[in-house]
Design a protein around this ligand. Structure first.
Ligand SMILES: Cc1ncc(COP(=O)(O)O)c(C=O)c1O
Length: 427
């Protein structure tokens, strides 16, 4: 059957044919009229996680108290790490839940600098998340004036010329650190090729997987990746402030040393020895007591991802982001919007940035009730990006269609003109 692919009918058809559609019911959606396109910043709450949190509070903490450390909590960091490893093509014992992404970046970058004796350069790019760049600036500042951070400039704020990276890598480069999927534009690096090239120069690579884990298939083993970190509160739906993860390739674990010698990274924390002895394996990258309650809800969501399978999730994500770009071309480009994400799905993550000179006021009009017909939640990233995050386990095609129609109305009818330019702290 030939169907017009720019219509509501087509969106409803895609939803009816969607093999993953049942997963949406696993999430708490108290207002089905509100269109949530910000799962790339804070994922929705899985219904199962509410029960997990209740049990963690009432039973594990309330009733079992300190006994829960042995019964349930002490090995959670590595148990959840192994589940993330399943999604990231890593092996058991290569991933652990720990701290925040920023802190993990520091721990890993510092440990690489110590290992790569004599090499004094760290390379990153300006597509990287600012916190990642700040952490590297802080590290170089701590190391002294012999050390250098090179921040490569992107072509157009959206993508990177690989030649620029390849030309910058040399025998003095200790570390290349990049976001696998760029937070603004959704541009995705070819992990395997860049890793191979960096290795040919003796450089280790540290990937930030915050925008790729749970949204694109990642195969760390196949890419021969060295190190990675990532957030769990975005596509993985771990909840606000859920702790991040660390990946260290097996063979590197013995060679690297965390700069923070906390007791949770010790071989036998409850020996209470005076002298630190690093734990073997990935545990050495832990530092202090983990935030147990913040870590617990992640498990329900990880089980859902493993059950659904990253290949199927990626297939839907590509169909959905492509559908969104097709609709944007048809309905929004003539209104001053530009597609700020790669058009080639092979180079794109699971969010799409639509740029507009009035992006901030348009995004505010989308969010504020009473301006458009529906409330739509995207996020705004300076200077002109409206980011629309597609989370295939709960985003429907009809939501994408309705969101584009609403954006068209907001701009066509000038509804954003009544919105001021005042910004909340979090955009
Ligand atoms: C790509 C990327 N890296 C790092 C971070 C910061 O993570 P954290 O707050 O866990 O340090 C973010 C936050 O949004 C991010 O998008």
């Amino acid at each position: 059957m030939m169907m017009n692919k720019y219509t509501e009918e087509y969106a409803l058809y895609l939803d009816a044919e969607d093999p993953l559609r049942a997963y949406r019911q696993e999430f708490l959606i108290p207002d089905p009229d509100m269109i949530y396109l910000d799962g790339n910043s804070l994922g929705r709450l899985p219904k199962g996680s509410v029960k997990v949190l209740e049990d963690a509070a009432n039973f594990q903490w309330g009733e079992r108290l300190i006994r829960s450390w042995n019964e349930n909590w002490y090995n959670k960091n590595t148990e959840l790490g192994d589940k993330i490893a399943t999604l990231a093509g890593a092996g058991r014992g290569e991933v652990v839940i720990s701290d925040s992404t920023s802190v993990n970046l520091y721990k890993l970058a510092h440990s690489v600098i110590k290992m790569q004796k004599g090499r004094k350069k760290i390379i990153t790019d300006d597509l990287n998340f600012p916190s990642d760049i700040y952490v590297m600036q802080g590290l170089v500042n701590e190391l002294g004036s012999d050390y250098e951070l090179v921040v490569l400039r992107s072509v157009d704020g959206s993508s990177m010329n690989f030649e620029d990276i390849i030309n910058a890598l040399d025998q003095n480069t200790a570390l290349l650190t990049l976001s696998h999927v760029a937070f603004k534009s959704s541009f995705m690096y070819p992990m395997k090729e860049l890793t191979r090239y960096a290795h040919s120069k003796g450089t280790l690579v540290l990937w930030d997987l915050s925008h790729s884990i749970g949204s694109v298939p990642v195969n760390l083993e196949d890419a021969n990746a060295d190190l990675a970190v990532g957030c769990t509160y975005k596509y993985l739906n771990g909840g606000p402030g859920s702790p991040a993860f660390v990946y260290v390739r097996n063979e590197l674990q013995d060679k690297l040393q965390s700069p923070v010698w906390g007791w949770f990274g010790d071989d036998q924390p409850f020996d209470f020895r005076i002298d630190y002895r690093a734990a073997g394996g990935i545990r050495k990258f832990l530092a202090g007591t983990p935030p147990v309650l913040s870590m617990m809800p992640l498990e329900t969501s990880l089980d859902m991802f493993i059950d659904a399978g990253m290949d199927r999730i990626r297939e839907k994500s590509i169909r959905q982001t492509s559908f969104l770009i097709d609709l944007a071309d048809k309905y929004l480009v003539s209104l001053g919007f530009r597609v700020g994400s790669p058009r080639d799905p092979g180079c794109r993550g699971s969010h799409v940035s639509l740029q507009h000179n009035e992006a901030f006021r348009i995004s505010k009009a989308m969010i504020n009730p009473g301006i458009g017909e529906r409330v739509i939640i995207p996020d705004f990233r300076e200077p002109d990006n409206i980011r629309l995050g597609i989370a295939p386990l709960y985003t429907s095609y009809i939501e994408i269609y309705d969101a584009v129609m609403e954006m068209e109305r907001i701009v066509k009818e000038g509804l954003y003109a009544s919105v001021d330019n005042g910004k909340d702290t979090v955009t």
